[in-house]
Design a protein around this ligand. Structure first.
Ligand SMILES: Cc1cc2nc3c(=O)[nH]c(=O)nc-3n(C[C@H](O)[C@H](O)[C@H](O)COP(=O)(O)OP(=O)(O)OC[C@H]3O[C@@H](n4cnc5c(N)ncnc54)[C@H](O)[C@@H]3O)c2cc1C
Ligand code: SF4
Length: 551
């Protein structure tokens, strides 16, 4: 079945796709937004700790499900093994309207100017594909500001000593410090560092018809009870639909981008909620399916002009998968440090993002999000501390409120070998060839991780910790919640998958609007950068004017 052409079809109603839907629909384009997941309400998942997007003991609350989805992953011993979405090795974000932004922690970071120039700053370490972005911070700055105002971010302009120039203040003041932040901020100053309130895509005051955060003790991993968290599901997507120009179709799994003889897109083929194969014809195709599913879709879309997959003439599709080499420390204190006030992460510093002796990059450090007892039991435990029975319970009771975690998303050095490709055998429930993942972190990441973890430990000691344990990144492949890099932006086709406008090389009408296009992933959670780029890409799509005409 082929449906009448629309101006644009967008694959994925997540962090980036929602933004493009809004911008194009607002400009009067007729848009279809296809999402494989559902629109989920708070009542469906509530605050079930074992069934969130962070603790998948009972499955992924926000998808995808284990029954219809699978991936193949290279194990430590080099063998290919099957992994399901509720397994951490699947490298999942989410599958629902809002994508990862429905349950995310909502830290809303701008990358620093140097994050766009990693190769110029550090050189390319051996065995890496470290590169500069073909864009500078200054070019993205107006779109960061736009994202902050359209999505809704609270923060304090000028508070981050290291931030690049900004054209506008935040639309809302920052959330107030909690007890942890009040202990950590003076300790950081004592060390000569520069602490400041974390910019959050969370309403600190009522904004755009949504209420202020009620500081519940369940934030990251859950849908917000009052919709104070600025997910695309409650911001740009409903606004896109309200224009009358955007149709959201859920439970629609896109199989491939349909290509014509020139190598341009005709539309996409997808399985609808009834399992029927439908062709949605469109003049422009925007792929925003996440940095693991976007390369899968490109590699599954072939014709004579794209024999190795859409945009894959130079074998860049799926390469450079990266996330963050999370590093930090936790500390135990004599006094109670934990006041149970959400979203908990309140104070950060960027003193260790760059300029760390002998390291390539670094990462922002912040106090940890709200602590689920399950996660506390698994991850906050000094070596030798009891993990079972009465002694474990006593330990948990004694230290749960007398501990603090500080950690940061250490910027990864990308590697060509870290990749998403199509498995030659495995298929999902719709018969679509599934992806397989392989690779490991660059050795430089561990060195930088150790440096940043040592700074986290120093911070906790200065705040009064009586015992501190550093937490280091594993060397296995990253690219789960913060996945990026697999359809790199580049100045020429030989060096990547999309151009500066995020248009796929070798096409006139296929764009990518998700974390795939990141050349490097900053020392920060990535969604504000994904969204700033999505605002910029939307502008470029509209400026290209007549869809289908080679620009
Ligand atoms: C628990 C958690 C906490 C996080 N905390 C933060 C944070 O504090 N700050 C931050 O910046 N980031 C955070 N992130 C990361 C953030 O959510 C992601 O960076 C962001 O959502 C990525 O946006 P995207 O557009 O690349 O992809 P996504 O948001 O993943 O959107 C992709 C969408 O495409 C859909 N899709 C995929 N394949 C298909 C297909 N074939 N057909 C149809 N639809 C398809 C998916 O279902 C999904 O909805 C967090 C993520 C998680 C899960
Ligand atoms: S802490 Fe605030 S933003 Fe987060 S889920 Fe609770 S009410 Fe919503």
């Amino acid at each position: 079945m082929a449906l009448d052409p629309v101006d644009a079809v967008i694959v994925g109603a997540g962090g980036g796709g929602g933004v493009v839907a809004y911008e194009l629909a607002k400009a009067g384009w007729n848009v279809v937004l296809l999402e494989r997941g559902r629109a989920q309400t708070f009542a469906e998942t509530g605050h079930s700790e074992l069934h969130s997007q962070r603790t998948t003991v009972l499955g992924n609350a926000f998808g995808p499900d284990d029954t219809r989805h699978l991936r193949i992953r290279e194990a430590e011993n080099g063998r290919w093994v099957k992994v399901l979405p509720s397994d951490g090795a699947y490298n999942n974000v989410a599958a629902c309207v809002g994508g990862g932004t429905l349950s995310y922690g909502a830290m809303a970071w701008r990358f620093l100017p140097k994050d766009f120039q990693m190769r110029s700053t550090y050189g390319a370490p051996a065995g890496s594909t470290l590169e500069d972005w073909p864009l500078r911070y200054e070019e993205l700055e107006p779109y960061y500001a736009k994202a902050e105002w359209e999505i809704g971010v609270s923060g304090k302009a000028g508070a981050n000593h290291f931030e690049g120039k900004r054209s506008k203040d935040y639309p809302m003041p920052p959330l107030p410090f909690n007890r942890e932040a009040s202990l950590l901020a003076p300790a950081a100053r004592k060390l000569g560092w520069h602490p400041f309130p974390i910019p959050m895509a969370i309403n600190s005051i009522p904004y755009q018809g949504r209420p202020a955060c009620v500081q519940c003790p369940h934030c990251v991993g859950f849908r917000c009870e009052v919709d104070a968290k600025s997910s695309t599901a409650v911001t740009v997507i409903p606004r896109a639909i309200a224009t009358g120009h955007c149709k959201l179709r859920t439970e629609c799994v896109v199989k491939e981008v349909l290509l014509d003889k020139k190598g341009d897109a005709r539309g996409v083929a997808y399985f609808n909620a009834d399992g029927e194969l439908v062709e949605q014809l469109a003049r422009v195709v925007v792929v925003a399916a996440s940095a693991t599913e976007t390369p899968r879709l490109l590699l599954n879309s072939k014709n004579a002009m794209h024999p190795n997959g859409l945009g894959n003439r130079y074998d860049w599709v799926g390469r450079n998968l990266q996330g963050h080499a999370y590093s930090g420390a936790f500390g135990l204190f004599e006094q109670e440090t934990w006041d149970g006030v959400g979203p908990a992460a309140r104070v950060a510093l960027c003193d260790h993002n760059h300029g760390n002796e002998g390291c390539v990059g670094g990462g922002m450090l912040a106090n940890e999000f709200i602590r689920l007892p399950y996660l506390f039991a698994r991850s906050v435990r000094p070596p030798g501390a009891p993990r079972w029975g009465q002694a474990h319970k006593d330990w948990q009771r004694r230290w749960y409120k007398r501990s603090m975690g500080v950690k940061g998303p250490v910027q990864e050095v990308p590697r060509w070998e870290n990749r998403v490709e199509i498995d030659p055998v495995a298929k999902d429930a719709w018969g679509i060839p599934t992806l397989r993942l392989s690779g490991r972190k660059h050795p430089s990441d561990l060195k930088t991780g150790k440096y940043v973890a040592a700074r986290a430990a120093e911070w906790l000691r200065a705040a009064g910790a009586i015992e501190v344990v550093e937490t280091l990144p594993g060397m296995g492949l990253s690219g789960g919640q913060h996945q990026a890099g697999t359809a790199r932006m580049a100045s020429e086709a030989k060096l990547g998958v999309v151009d500066r406008d995020c248009r796929v090389f070798g096409t006139s009408n296929v764009y990518i609007a998700d974390g795939s296009v990141h050349v490097t992933n900053g020392g920060f959670n990535p969604s504000l950068t994904i969204q700033a780029l999505a605002f910029r890409t939307s502008e470029r799509i509209l400026a290209a004017g007549h869809p289908g005409k080679r620009g």
